[in-house]
Write a protein that binds this ligand. Structure first.
Ligand SMILES: Nc1nc2c(c(=O)[nH]1)N[C@H]1C(S)=C(S)[C@@H](COP(=O)(O)O)O[C@H]1N2
Ligand SMILES: [Mo]
Length: 510
């Protein structure tokens, strides 16, 4: 009976925890999504983790590092809730623990940059409600414990306890889900995006030459669908902005400050361009890259309007949640298609890809150029300011390195002897690709056939007809870029400024 009571108490603690977090989520939906307790605590952790731990997390969990962090956070919350339940069975300590946890989360939420004192409400109200239901459940458990076993009274008390516990849990789960949904709806981001009709670009994307896609089975499409586009950012909850309230301030070393509103942006001369984006964390053979057809406003005329000061060499862009990127001024003013993007593959930007406005600069890795939810451009100098990743062990500048990848066949695949088509992509954003070569088992490099070039700012597909003979083979690829530079075979990890080396796969011919 005693162990049963303890188990029940731990369960009551857990259910109360879920209830508290669920209720907090609903209130956070009304206040601001980043004020939800676990998100707020997670944000504090993300902002303060030492570089080595962050790098360990990214190298171990890759793009799932956020999921890993949240999983750990929820596990810790579950353990503490169960502990609170056990303590509550004995006395006051259990409810005090709940209150203390709520207070810590409230403090975390209220002290985040850009948050107000209101941000403390979800955690405080959640904790108070959690204390209350835990107290009620513990009273039920005690009554059940006191009732004579095998009597009708015990049966009723038992039933009440189980129903009570189950309802608290169910209400907690339901409110949590509702809170998430409310967060997106009430803040208007989803509604704003749904209502938006993308303007027709003044300068549409040039038509493709034929043969941009080489048509090899198993190749990814040339334009990556939005749902398949990789996502990388530090945001634990997606910043929820509306197009109508968006504006961008351009200031710093300028002759005159410029504030661009949404209405002015969409009324501008918009361009439509196919541009490839790549993450500096992309490993050799990795898939942290994608190509989309973007619609956006060119940045260069905006900077000209502001008048960039002579000693400025960097533009520090900032997102609504305080993330920053350092972009060399010359890459924004040398005529390339650096844009404030609002459209992605015919749709407004998806919320997680930066709705309503993000930056795209051809030729640079995302961490120094592709600021999502961008709201501020400060014209400054590299010796005065730095982007988010620079003090965390990544280079202050990040031009994309020339690279290539074998997509077909997959690594470790078994194929039949005879002609086997090898195919993949090569990239050197803003320099373009002029050649791709493959070699088998360390033999001579042989020219692959290139797909037609869409633009120098996009990846290029390639294929090669390989005469496969029985045995196991190693296949490698390397690219040559528009500057006539051949992709280096020297192996380097992603940090600090992008991985190098030749993508190598093994294939068995049966
Ligand atoms: N606000 C914000 N923008 C950001 C980031 C971020 O963490 N926060 N990450 C950057 C990085 S590292 C990359 S590679 C690209 C990825 O863009 P995507 O998620 O749309 O693919 O966004 C960039 N823009
Ligand atoms: Mo990135």
């Amino acid at each position: 009976m005693n162990t049963n009571r303890r188990l029940l108490a731990a369960g009551a603690g857990l259910a109360s925890g879920v209830f508290a977090l669920g209720l907090a989520q609903v209130i956070a939906g009304l206040v601001s999504p980043s004020s939800a307790p676990i998100v707020a605590l997670g944000d504090v952790v993300v902002a303060n983790v030492p570089a080595w731990l962050k790098n360990f997390a990214v190298s171990t969990f890759g793009t799932h590092d956020k999921v890993a962090l949240l999983t750990v956070a929820y596990l810790v919350a579950a353990l503490l809730s169960a502990l609170a339940g056990l303590l509550a069975l004995r006395g006051r300590a259990g409810t005090w623990l709940v209150l203390a946890l709520g207070a810590v989360a409230a403090l975390a939420a209220a002290t985040r940059p850009e948050s107000t004192a209101l941000a403390a409400l979800p955690s405080l109200i959640g904790a108070a409600a959690g204390m209350f239901v835990l107290q009620r459940l513990v009273v039920m458990i005690r009554e059940w414990g006191r009732a004579d076993p095998d009597t009708a009274a015990a049966l009723i008390a038992g039933r009440r306890t189980v129903i009570g516990l189950g309802s608290v849990l169910a209400v907690g789960i339901a409110t949590g889900a509702l809170g998430n949904w409310l967060g997106a709806r009430l803040r208007g981001a989803t509604a704003s995006r749904d209502a938006l009709k993308l303007p027709v670009p003044a300068d549409p994307a040039p038509a493709w030459p034929s043969g941009v896609e080489v048509g090899v089975k198993g190749m990814e499409p040339f334009l990556t669908p939005n749902d398949d586009f990789y996502r990388i950012d530090t945001a634990l909850s997606v910043p929820l902005l509306t197009a109508e309230d968006w504006s961008l301030r351009i200031h710093g070393l300028v002759e005159r400050e410029v504030t661009l509103t949404w209405a002015e942006l969409v009324a501008g001369d918009l361009v439509e361009r196919d541009l490839t984006l790549m993450c500096v964390s992309n490993e050799i053979g990795g898939d942290l890259t994608g190509t989309a057809r973007w619609i956006g406003l060119p940045i260069q005329p905006l900077l000209e309007r502001a008048g960039v000061g002579k000693d400025a060499d960097m533009v520090l862009s900032t997102s609504s949640d305080g993330w920053t990127a350092s972009t060399p001024v010359e890459t924004l003013t040398d005529g390339r298609d650096a844009i404030l993007a609002i459209g992605m593959n015919g749709e407004p930007l998806p919320l997680e890809h930066g709705f309503p406005v993000r930056m795209i600069v051809p030729g640079l890795y995302g961490y120094v150029s592709a600021t999502k939810w961008v709201v501020d451009l400060e014209v400054t100098r590299f010796d005065r300011a730095e982007g988010y990743w620079t003090p965390r062990g990544w280079s202050e500048r990040g031009p994309v390195k020339t690279g290539s990848r074998i997509d077909v066949p997959g690594n470790g695949e078994k194929v039949d002897p005879g002609t086997v088509t090898l195919a993949g992509i090569a990239w050197a954003e803003h320099r373009g690709i002029t050649g791709v070569e493959v070699r088998v088992d360390g033999g001579a490099w042989q020219k692959a056939t290139l797909g037609a070039e869409d633009s120098v700012d996009t990846w290029r597909q390639w294929y090669f007809a390989w005469n496969a003979v029985k045995g196991s083979h190693e296949i490698q690829v390397r690219a040559t870029d528009g500057d006539n530079a051949v992709q280096t075979g020297d192996e380097a990890p992603p940090a600090p400024d992008g991985a190098t080396g030749w993508h190598t796969i093994s294939v068995t011919v049966r």
